[in-house]
Write a protein that binds this ligand. Structure first.
Ligand SMILES: [Zn+2]
Length: 406
């Protein structure tokens, strides 16, 4: 009996990224059948009972799941090259933020930008990520802060998927910084976020998650707690920028709300890790921001590892602290700067990154899951982490369809 399918790829080494006891989830079978955008079967060529008019010879190259960039801010107006110069003349990120620069500079540019120009620049940045094997991107709002611009950003983010072969997951980050108009009363802004914006975001399905920047230059523990409560009341998932510059106990708070992820965590107190583990939250590491800000405090990797907390890696692509549109580069940084093994890094941009977005259908090669796949001409998966700017996928499929140029 032959089984009809849409595509068969033969002669590949499959790093499935499943937890099957093998390094990189290696599978012995070397053929894969795809139907209706999903992996139908992984099989040995001697057992081939699949019929398809599309057959690809993988030439013994490695097949990996498409990468998931689970933390970006890639929709924004303007850029911050001028602040880059200021920082090199000695000003700190916190100083620039206090003087109305930093995020607020981007807020102004994003409010002024047309939907069309925001989309055009976002597509350009997303394309850079896709060229390196990314098939799913999380995009946060947070450079509008007012109702209209936040909605504009989230809509633009969703539109990227109409132009490029990628899944876009959106997150409402109203609590990124306090906007100018609420400077004298930040609590009023938190009330606006909780009572006015979050209900609309939920109602119009503009985002599946709510995020905060829990920091002295962002929002306090108590303000974040209110925002998490509002998000939970509207059935939205929680993510959080926590312990990036200091320890405000934001990760522990987020864990109380079963956050999908706690992100940055350079200043995380190792004593708070068991709460993160119990909540099932993913620790999202952002070495691009660590590198860019010349940070020296590293996340407590050894303790996270000892507790078995899943670790994900993302670009944090944003105009201020991580203008890095390259997941492969950041993967190398995660090993060189944070000491993750190449295998940990690859789990961190596949299955753990998908988990940080609450996506169970991505990040692994497994029957029934999305057929987002990349074929790499490498001898071993560790090569993708070891080198910088050495590799691009030889072939790529998004939802089972071959991507022509990216
Ligand atoms: Zn971020």
């Amino acid at each position: 009996m032959t089984i009809q399918c849409d595509l068969v790829i033969n002669n590949v080494r499959i790093a499935s990224m499943q937890n099957n006891g093998e390094a990189y989830g290696l599978l012995l079978q070397t053929s894969i059948a795809i139907k209706d955008g999903k992996v139908l079967a992984i099989f040995d060529p001697s057992q081939d009972s699949y019929h398809s008019t599309h057959r690809v010879d993988g030439e013994n190259k490695w097949l990996l799941p498409g990468f998931v960039d689970c933390h970006t801010h890639l929709v924004y107006g303007g850029n911050r090259a001028n602040e880059f110069e200021q920082r090199l003349q000695g000003k700190s990120y916190a100083e620039i933020a206090q003087q109305g620069g930093g995020i607020l500079g981007t807020v102004l540019a994003t409010r002024q930008a047309s939907e069309q120009s925001l989309l055009a620049s976002a597509i350009k940045r997303a394309t850079r990520l896709l060229e390196e094997g990314v098939t799913c991107i999380e995009v946060k709002s947070g450079y509008g802060l007012d109702m209209d611009t936040e909605i504009k950003m989230l809509k633009v983010a969703k539109q990227i998927a109409e132009y490029l072969p990628v899944t876009i997951e959106t997150t409402y980050l109203g609590a990124h910084t306090v906007p100018e108009e609420f400077r004298s009363n930040p609590d009023d802004y938190v009330q606006f976020v909780c009572e006015q914006v979050i209900p609309i975001v939920a109602q119009q399905k503009l985002a599946g998650c709510v995020d905060v920047f829990c920091e002295s230059i962002g929002f306090s523990y108590e303000q974040c707690r209110k925002i998490f409560s509002a998000a939970q009341n509207h059935q939205l998932h929680i993510k959080a920028h926590v312990e990036q510059l200091s320890d405000l106990k934001g990760a522990k708070l987020a864990a109380q709300f079963q956050a999908l992820s706690v992100d940055h965590i350079e200043y995380l107190d190792p004593q708070d890790i068991s709460a993160i583990k119990q909540a099932g939250s993913v620790a999202v590491l952002l070495p691009g921001a660590f590198y860019y800000l010349n940070e020296t405090q590293k996340p407590p990797i050894a303790e996270l590892r000892a507790h078995g907390v899943p670790m994900a890696i993302a670009t944090d692509l944003n105009p201020g602290s991580s203008p890095v549109a390259s997941l492969l580069t950041v993967m190398n940084m995660a090993s060189v700067l944070f000491g993750l093994t190449p295998e940990e890094v690859l789990y961190g941009v596949t299955v753990h990154a998908a988990q940080a977005l609450g996506l169970e259908n991505k990040g692994q090669i497994k029957p029934g899951l999305d057929a987002d796949l990349c074929l790499w001409d490498i001898e071993h998966p560790a090569e993708l982490v070891y080198g910088i700017n050495q590799h691009r996928p030889d072939a790529k499929w998004f939802a089972g369809k071959a991507c022509k140029s990216i």
